[in-house]
Design a protein around this ligand. Structure first.
Ligand SMILES: [Zn+2]
Length: 283
């Protein structure tokens, strides 16, 4: 059982019931800067991080999360269920056009991160291929589409423009088996217009991802209701005045309890596609 009093970041934030005041990436940066602690007080004193992962939304000072194998496997499980819902299955391959700092890439296979036993795609019997997430590598992505015939593509939002431009010139390679794509943003979710632009270019459904790395959140919008379904690995509670306090149930090394997800609102359960899923609206 995690006792948040063991963690310097949380200790002063706890109320009488042991619930921390909601916090943001800025609070982590402030703590990291004030205490010269790259983990921003979210690991126990003396703990030896197995895997340290920089939260991509932080820059100066950078803030890192610490995870062990159990955390990584639980997180990969949440990503795997998301891919399954999007339609990734045995024998498929999924291509990434993004950095390895995107947990969707990092957790897809144990070849990308130590201590992870089974990656999110591996669990489904799918294989992975990753292209560096920079625009100058767009031609190589077309080569991957031609040679590997991935069933799915996860692409960083700012790479949609060079990719769509390249498709405008060369088109999708003949025999493309791309069934769906998903667009990712460093923090939050990309605009619908970005997804629609890519959808028009590839002629396949494009889903939007909702990311908050400080709370290990990866969620995806739903083709049926348009809302972001929340995996059971996460818990969301409404905040007075709007927004959501988000917690990752699985993270023990570096807990994420009460992350303030501004821009999200909780919508009741009951989607026909996944009746029991908690859902978030994002604006
Ligand atoms: Zn839905």
């Amino acid at each position: 059982m995690t006792d948040l009093r063991d963690f310097p970041f949380y200790r002063p934030r706890l109320d009488g019931r042991g619930v921390p005041a909601p916090w943001s990436v800025e609070d982590l940066e402030d703590f990291a800067g004030a205490h010269d602690d790259p983990f921003a007080g979210r690991v126990r004193a003396g703990a030896k991080p197995r895997v340290a992962l920089q939260i991509e939304a932080t820059s100066e000072p950078p803030v890192w999360s610490s995870l062990d194998g159990r955390d990584l496997d639980a997180w990969a499980g949440a990503v795997s269920r998301l891919w399954a819902r999007f339609g990734l299955g045995a024998g498929d391959s999924i291509a990434f056009f993004d950095y390895g700092s995107n947990p969707c890439v990092l957790l897809s296979s144990s070849i990308y991160v130590s201590h992870l036993r089974r990656g999110a795609a591996t669990r489904l019997g799918a294989s992975v291929i990753c292209n560096d997430g920079v625009a100058s590598m767009t031609a190589r992505l077309l080569g991957i589409l031609e040679a590997v015939h991935p069933s799915a593509l996860v692409i960083r939002r700012d790479l949609i423009a060079p990719f769509v431009d390249a498709l405008g010139t060369r088109g999708l390679p003949p025999g493309s088996r791309l069934r769906w794509a998903a667009v990712s943003e460093v923090e939050g979710a990309p605009a619908r217009a970005d997804a629609e632009r890519l959808q028009a270019a590839i002629g396949a459904p494009v889903r939007r991802l909702l990311r908050a790395d400080a709370a290990y959140l990866v969620s995806g919008d739903c083709p049926s209701c348009g809302l972001f379904h929340l995996d059971p690995a996460y818990r969301a509670e409404p905040l007075a005045g709007g927004g959501v306090a988000l917690s990752a149930r699985f993270a023990a090394e570096c807990p994420a309890i009460g992350y303030r997800l501004d821009g999200a609102e909780i919508v009741g359960r009951g989607c026909a596609a996944e009746r029991r899923a908690a859902r978030l609206a994002w604006s």
